[in-house]
Design a protein. Structure first.
Length: 332
């Protein structure tokens, strides 16, 4: 496990007459026209700017390959700033359906399963995503994560999480949803994305500190992520099967990084949020993540795990790694 390894005035010319009254009236009329035009121009400009903002909220962080802007449906910025617009959007059944389809399409590629079959099954289970019980948690049917049902409604993008965890469950336990495991398999790779972009996106999705996850991944696979686990298995967090003591293998980079972040979120995020020093929190996580004397660590390198993670965390914080804009990879 474990070596040290972003205006022009459009009014007509005022014709000066000898009459002073006419001159006054002309000037007054021109002033009114100018004021009216400027007001309309400012209003139009303001409206266009606001529309532009709404179109571009968090687009650089969106991972979904279709051109739909999921921030309109799920962004915290939209939720806090324009609830009326969001409500109107959600009531637009056509837009909503296309956005949900796009989510299924992306995660179908991540987990290598037929998204159309999964989408139709989810529609049946959730009453076309309208059942009250579904909206309460955004959990689709019998979906579980590490054997437990979760409430995703508390997350800003809970519906997306509900869809991805449903697709993740289908990957290994399709029978729970009366689907044939072999028939839903489909190889359709997602477009290539950087490790940085994926960590940034999924950390924001699950409300996890990207620095700590990135640091653990660097400790497990090297700062350049060139280890065999990363390159061959897409396993960036050193996750192992307890029964076989073998590394898990994931079909896509997206899947492997998502799994690293989900694993941290479920098992270690509570420790990370405690009021304690960074070094102490990393030590506590290490006691579970890479315990000293573990059977799968015959060389005893787990003793360096916490120190390595802390070193990477300090480095990435100094470099403000996740203050940088992620590389754009979505087609616009």
């Amino acid at each position: 496990m474990k070596l040290i390894r972003e205006n022009p005035f459009l009014g007509k010319k005022i014709i000066l007459k000898k009459s002073k009254n006419l001159l006054k009236i002309s000037l007054f009329t021109g002033t009114l026209l100018l004021s009216s035009f400027l007001f309309k121009g400012i209003t139009l400009q303001s409206t266009l700017k606001e529309d532009k903002k709404l179109e571009n909220v968090d687009r650089k962080r969106t991972l979904i390959e279709p051109t739909f802007d999921f921030s309109k449906l799920t962004s915290k910025k939209i939720l806090n700033r324009d609830k009326e617009s969001l409500t109107a959007l959600l009531e637009d059944s056509v837009t909503r359906e296309e956005e949900i389809k796009a989510l299924f399409s992306y995660y179908g590629k991540v987990f290598q399963i037929n998204w159309e079959i999964a989408y139709e099954k989810a529609k049946i289970i959730t009453g076309n995503f309208q059942n009250p019980e579904y909206k309460e948690t955004y959990t689709i049917g019998n979906t579980t994560v590490y054997g437990e049902k979760k409430d995703w409604s508390i997350y800003p993008r809970g519906q997306e999480i509900g869809i991805l965890t449903f697709m993740r469950d289908l990957r290994t336990e399709a029978f729970k949803f009366d689907l044939n495991q072999e028939k839903i398999k489909q190889i359709d790779l997602p477009e290539e994305k950087s490790i940085y972009d994926l960590v940034s996106y999924f950390s924001e999705l699950f409300l996890v500190d990207p620095y700590i996850v990135y640091s653990i991944m660097s400790s497990e696979c090297g700062a350049d992520f060139s280890s065999n686990a990363a390159m061959v298995y897409h396993n960036y967090a050193g996750l192992m099967d307890k029964n076989t003591q073998h590394l898990y293998s994931y079909p896509t980079k997206d899947f492997g990084i998502l799994e690293a972040i989900l694993n941290f979120k479920i098992k270690y995020n509570e420790i990370w949020l405690q009021e304690d020093s960074i070094s102490n929190k990393i030590e506590k996580i290490g006691e579970v993540y890479a315990p000293i004397g573990a059977k799968n660590d015959p060389s005893g390198i787990n003793q360096y795990w916490a120190k390595n993670v802390l070193s990477f965390y300090t480095l990435y914080q100094m470099e403000e790694t996740f203050q940088k804009e992620p590389q754009e990879f979505i087609k616009k």
